[in-house]
Design a protein around this ligand. Structure first.
Ligand SMILES: Cc1cc2nc3c(=O)[nH]c(=O)nc-3n(C[C@H](O)[C@H](O)[C@H](O)COP(=O)(O)O)c2cc1C
Length: 154
């Protein structure tokens, strides 16, 4: 059976987009899923087509990006759903737990109809005027998460 998976993301600085690409590649290469990678700033995907939905969003000024929150309002039916964020704080070991509480647990509490099979908060990066202010993006952590995620979606 073809396992059709949507990886839907909202990114402003690019970290969540890059994380979504890594996740989509692993689901395709390791698990042979059919994966659509969709930028929610540009498209509104039709959930009917998918068995699994992976949602990724960045965080700014204490908030997960609004377009991802709007997407979470939908009825996912019995599809398997995973949710991740990219945040500056999540990449800081001292602030990681707080970031998970705020941006994962706190956010999903507002959408009790969304039952997730996996969640994670990854570090992000911040550039200003072409200068990197910080880079806490950790591709190895994202790869490991995606490798475990695939087995939860099969
Ligand atoms: C204006 C601005 C505000 C930010 N505010 C926060 C914040 O409140 N908490 C946090 O953890 N990270 C914060 N960050 C860091 C972002 O989470 C980080 O840039 C992340 O990579 C954003 O995802 P994106 O690159 O996909 O847009 C902020 C970054 C910017 C540029």
């Amino acid at each position: 059976m073809v396992n059709k998976t949507l990886v839907a993301f909202v990114s402003k600085g690019g970290a969540t987009k890059e994380a979504s690409e890594i996740i989509a590649d692993i689901l395709k290469e390791k698990y042979k899923f059919t994966v659509d990678l969709v930028d929610l700033k540009k498209h509104s995907p039709n959930l009917e087509e998918y068995d699994n939905i992976v949602i990724g969003a960045g965080v700014r000024v204490g908030k997960v990006y609004g377009k991802a929150l709007k997407f979470l309002k939908q009825d996912f039916g019995d599809r398997k759903v995973a949710f991740f964020v990219c945040s500056g704080d999540a990449g800081d070991p001292e602030k990681y737990e707080e970031a998970c509480t705020k941006y994962i647990i706190g956010v999903l509490a507002n959408y009790p109809h969304v039952k997730t099979v996996a969640t994670e908060a990854f570090g992000g990066r911040m550039k200003m005027l072409g200068k990197t202010m910080f880079d806490k993006f950790d591709p190895a952590k994202i790869r490991t998460w995606a490798e475990n995620l695939g087995s939860k979606l099969t």
